[in-house]
Design a protein around this ligand. Structure first.
Ligand code: T4K
Length: 402
């Protein structure tokens, strides 16, 4: 039966969820284990400065990713800053505007200049052909972002970087567990940076990892993350405090050990979302590349208003009223955020049509261990119902009659 406006919480009905269903609800796969580890750290009286849990976490990450060096940090943003400093990057850094703002802020705070490049409409990652057009004598580096965990053309970008003798680095904040041609991300470019923020597939409350196969760079990164100390009394380079603490390592280690459980649950959820939404006109569900591994964490829809009859923004209002905290990641695009929009000719010298389109049409839906199959069916039924009477809803919203 065709739904009516009155069935939606936005127009007065009871919300479908009593408890808010959040994008980014943290995964806590083994609470007892995490608490036991934290308790042991408290008993040891060793809480930070490269304690045994951080050491074990780094070794586990190295082994899992098949990489020589995994350097644990307090978060991914500071990790990116440390990496930019250690690579001596100056001048312009070519990067997407279609990313979380931290990618650009890390460069800007290190006095490099973010220069935004458009993305591929299918992968949502940097378009190498456009990167090539933006390279100039002022280019200091290329920063690829593996958005939604999708590999950002490692070989193509590496070729452009090598030809122009500039470093390539990756913001892999969302990509822990993704592979490219069977190789875990973490081994591409000069180095890569993962996030273990609470909202990520694997979390350490807050945390990050810098990965590299370069021994000398790893040595510089370790020192720079610890005030530049090379031993107790000797400071050999500038540095900051980017260290991971033991409580974060306890959580990070526990997350890492439970990765299969988390990724499997995410994958199943993505399959349920896809099954429910695959025949809905105007909705595209983003999938990781076929044949590769992924953390399957981000449930990303592209909403085509011309086909759906309802805009992404109205859909967000509908879902929010029902208790579903869906997010407009990454509206309005970093190039439209004040620190960068103020100087458009510097930061966005070329138009970014794909970025503009995606920032108006993308919606992130809840995923993770706390989201059940029946939650997903309800979320999808709200979306399908809203689309069925899309123009009616838009007319009421336009008339401000809510
Ligand atoms: N590069 C990229 C590509 C990234 O995506 C990120 C982080 C970074 C770099 C930087 O990494 P870190 O320096 O953070 O390690 C959230 C996260 O804070 C951010 O880490 C993440 N990207 C981004 C995609 O999402 P917000 O501004 O959306 O956070 P917030 O507070 O609105 O939370 C998101 C949702 O999660 C809400 O619905 C509430 C829910 N939530 C959140 C927390 C923290 C919970 O239910 N429980 C919680 O504990 O940025």
């Amino acid at each position: 039966m065709r739904p009516s406006l009155e069935q939606f919480a936005l127009f007065g009905a009871k919300p479908r969820f009593d408890n808010l269903l959040h994008v980014g609800r943290p995964n806590v796969p083994d609470k007892e284990c995490a608490i036991r580890r934290i308790s042991e750290a408290l008993d040891r009286r060793w809480l930070s400065n490269h304690g045994p849990l951080v050491t074990k976490f780094e070794e586990s990450a190295q082994e899992y990713l098949g990489i020589k060096h995994a350097i644990a940090t307090c978060n991914a943003t500071i990790a990116l800053e440390v990496l930019i400093e250690c690579l001596g990057i100056t001048g312009e850094v070519i990067m997407p505007a279609w990313t979380f703002v931290a990618s650009a802020h890390a460069c800007a705070r290190m006095k490099a200049t973010p220069v935004f490049c458009d993305v591929d409409p299918v992968t949502h990652c940097l378009d190498p052909a456009m990167v090539e057009q933006l390279v100039s004598p002022n280019t200091g580096a290329i920063l690829g972002v593996h958005l939604w965990g999708t590999p950002c053309c490692p070989e193509e970008l590496d070729q452009i970087a090598s030809q122009n003798n500039i470093p390539l680095l990756f913001d892999a904040a969302q990509a822990l567990g993704s592979t490219h041609k069977g190789q875990y991300l973490g081994a591409f470019g000069k180095a890569e940076v993962f996030s273990l923020h609470a909202t990520k597939a694997l979390n350490a409350f807050e945390g990050g990892i810098i990965t590299t196969n370069d021994n000398q760079l790893a040595d510089r990164l370790r020192r720079a993350s610890n005030f530049g100390f090379s031993n107790y009394d000797t400071v050999t380079s500038p540095g900051t405090n980017a260290k991971m603490n033991e409580a974060s390592a306890a959580m990070g280690l526990t997350s890492l050990e439970n990765r299969e459980k988390i990724f499997k649950s995410n994958r199943k959820n993505l399959e349920v979302y896809s099954k429910e939404l695959q025949t809905v006109p105007g909705i595209r569900v983003i999938h990781p590349p076929k044949g590769e591994q992924s953390n399957f964490h981000y449930i990303i829809l592209e909403i085509d208003k011309r086909q759906c009859g309802i805009s992404r923004n109205t859909l967000v209002e509908i879902l929010t009223a029902e208790g579903v905290i869906a997010r407009r990641y990454f509206h309005p695009g970093v190039h439209r955020m004040q620190p960068y929009a103020r100087n458009k000719s510097l930061h966005a010298p070329h138009p970014l049509p794909q970025t503009e389109k995606l920032s108006d049409s993308v919606l992130a839906l809840p995923n993770g261990l706390t989201v059940s199959e029946s939650d997903i069916e309800i979320v999808c039924s709200i979306i399908k119902g809203a689309i069925e009477i899309g123009s009616e809803i838009e007319n009421r919203v336009l008339a401000n009659d809510i």
